[in-house]
Design a protein around this ligand. Structure first.
Ligand code: SF4
Length: 345
């Protein structure tokens, strides 16, 4: 999967020696949103090109200029430091990424290391399942993975292919893997289709029936239907008008009655999410700061920089600058310690 041809672009490896902080960039590392869930992002790579992808992932991406991979030891060490800071109890390590976590070459080792971290109660992973096979599922189970949030967006093979933007995507194979997980392992399965109005409306009830028929959702809900939301830098299927939240929840409530299963999820009730101490925010919005350029930016026209032990994405760059260059920039985004800046004139 690290073959440049397959990935679509260069892969930038983030090692401890690089001194690139793992907090601060949305595309790799760790995200702490002030709850007991820590998002773990070891890779940004994806093998698919879903037509609705909010992060414009995959080989056919138009916005990305580089993919990131984080060295296992560095990621685990920083994760453990973060767990210690937040409190070593009831932590959920959620491996989600802006691509697909299964592209991480050491995904099994990562799960194992997270499992052996004091305070980690749940390890979950978000995937479209394209790279799953029985052996890998068994390895993930043995390593201690608790839940897979598996996105299946259509059961109709041609429509599923179309939605994935990938001619080799085979939904029958992904369904077989879903069934294998639900029936043969201790890993719980949550099926998480993205509902793209007018494109897969009639598929959603079929996906609900499929999830229930294979025994998904033993400890957590069987389904997590996701509303399609167009993102400025994501891919948008033509002629699709997003639903309102009201329309979305009304339909879910109707299906809840029909299928007698939970579809309107509460992160607190269904996943045990609760507030927890958050890492300190190191840069204020509008603050003018000095940063050091340390790598290529994730998307075109961006640079990766660091300062105050945080990574910062500098946007609106006309041309790349050598690594090590010190620049003045103004912080334009700092939510949840994810930093965006613009060069200061
Ligand atoms: S939606 Fe997920 S699987 Fe599909 S292209 Fe985007 S990141 Fe990859």
């Amino acid at each position: 999967m690290l073959d440049k041809e397959k990935v679509g672009r260069e892969v930038f490896l983030i090692r401890e020696e690089s001194g690139i902080p793992l907090i601060g960039c949305i595309a790799f590392g760790l995200i702490d949103r002030g709850t007991n869930t820590i998002q773990v992002r070891p890779t940004s790579i994806c093998p698919l090109n879903c037509i609705f992808c909010s992060t414009d992932a995959g080989p056919k991406s138009r916005m990305r200029q580089v993919e990131y991979i984080v060295e296992l030891e560095y990621l685990v060490n920083e994760f453990r430091r973060l767990v210690k800071y937040k409190g070593e109890y009831g932590i959920e390590a959620h491996i989600d990424t802006v691509g697909d976590p299964l592209t991480y070459p050491q995904i099994v080792d990562l799960v194992q290391e997270l499992r052996s971290t004091k305070g980690v109660e749940v390890i979950s992973m978000q995937t479209h399942g394209y790279l799953l096979n029985e052996h890998l599922i068994e390895e993930l189970e043995a390593a201690g993975l608790d839940r897979i949030n598996l996105s299946i967006d259509a059961l109709d093979p041609e429509l599923a292919k179309f939605l994935s933007g990938t001619p080799s995507y085979n939904v029958e194979r992904v369904k077989a893997m879903a069934e294998y997980i639900a029936k043969n392992t201790k890993i719980d399965l949550l099926i998480a289709p993205v509902w793209v109005p007018t494109i897969n409306d009639t598929e959603i009830p079929k996906i609900i029936e499929f999830a229930l028929s294979i025994g998904a959702g033993k400890r957590w809900p069987a389904l997590g239907i996701q509303k399609y939301i167009p993102h400025r830098k994501g891919r948008k299927p033509k002629n699709v008008k997003p639903m309102t939240w009201k329309e979305f929840y009304q339909k879910l409530a109707e299906w809840e009655d029909v299928y007698r299963t939970t579809l309107i999820l509460s992160l607190e009730r269904d996943f045990g999410l609760h507030r927890r101490k958050m890492l300190p925010i190191k840069f204020k919005k509008d603050e003018k700061v000095e940063l050091e350029v340390v790598g290529p930016g994730w998307l075109k026209g961006e640079l990766l920089a660091r300062g105050r032990n945080r990574s910062v994405t500098i946007v609106g760059i006309p041309k790349s600058l050598p690594y090590g260059t010190r620049v003045l920039a103004r912080i334009i985004g700092n939510k949840h310690n994810i930093y965006i800046a613009r060069l200061s004139p």
